[in-house]
Ligand binder design. Structure first.
Ligand code: ADP
Length: 202
């Protein structure tokens, strides 16, 4: 991809339990959206490689990977997909999930992505969310969500981490989506938003 061109992108933000995973997977089935989740990209690295080892040294401590390394891994991953013809930059819109996660990452990506829309899944019913996550923890055996205080901590970490990133973009790009609704209603609102702002070249 020539340097002056930017990848078209939609950013997906949402706290743990907001339904971001469900929506991301569903939207990934749309013809011209290409879903890229940074956590998946990291987990897909060869664990024996130096970069794979470095990722593990942070993630196993619950820390974010440093910004420069994160963006480098992301760019290499995207370039490889472009070279293999899986991403066609003139056709695909990248649906970014989990990146940028800090204002510094937003800055490092500024020259290479053109942001069409930022979808912010907003939960206001935190008690309902905590209840849902603890039920899910019991069903899916996810110990990280079993303890209510841990859930509340993860939600507050998300809020602290995300609001500065959202604030680093023009407010007009951000679409607040009511994520307290049924997943189908969330999907309807996202589809309504994207169908009005994305190019119709499919
Ligand atoms: P989680 O919600 O537990 O953070 P993710 O799948 O989003 O799960 O990410 C898994 C791990 O990968 C994170 O804990 C972090 O170490 C790393 N990671 C993912 N995205 C980023 C990012 N944008 N910047 C830095 N580290 C990241």
């Amino acid at each position: 991809m020539p340097h002056h061109q930017k990848y078209k992108a939609v950013l997906l933000f949402g706290c743990p339990g907001s339904g971001k995973g469900t929506q991301g997977v569903t939207l990934a089935g749309m013809p011209n959206l290409f879903h890229l989740a940074m956590g998946d990209i990291f987990r897909g690295l060869d664990k024996q490689s130096p970069i794979g080892q470095e990722f593990l040294s942070y993630s196993t401590k619950g820390l974010l990977v440093p910004d420069e390394l994160t963006v480098r891994v992301w760019k290499q991953h995207v370039q490889a997909l472009v070279q293999r013809g899986e991403i066609r930059p003139d056709y695909h819109i990248l649906l970014l999930d989990g990146i940028p996660r800090t204002p510094a990452q937003a800055e490092l990506l500024r020259d290479c992505i053109g942001i069409l829309r930022i979808l912010h899944l907003v939960i206001t019913n935190v008690d309902g969310l905590v209840h849902r996550l603890s039920l899910r923890a019991k069903k899916a055996n996810r110990p990280d969500d079993a303890d209510e205080s841990v859930i509340r901590k993860r939600i507050s970490v998300y809020e602290q981490e995300t609001s500065p990133v959202l604030q680093s973009y023009p407010a007009a790009l951000v679409a607040d989506i009511n994520a307290d609704q049924h997943p189908l209603a969330v999907l309807r609102d996202i589809a309504d938003c994207l169908s009005r702002c994305l190019p119709a070249n499919i």
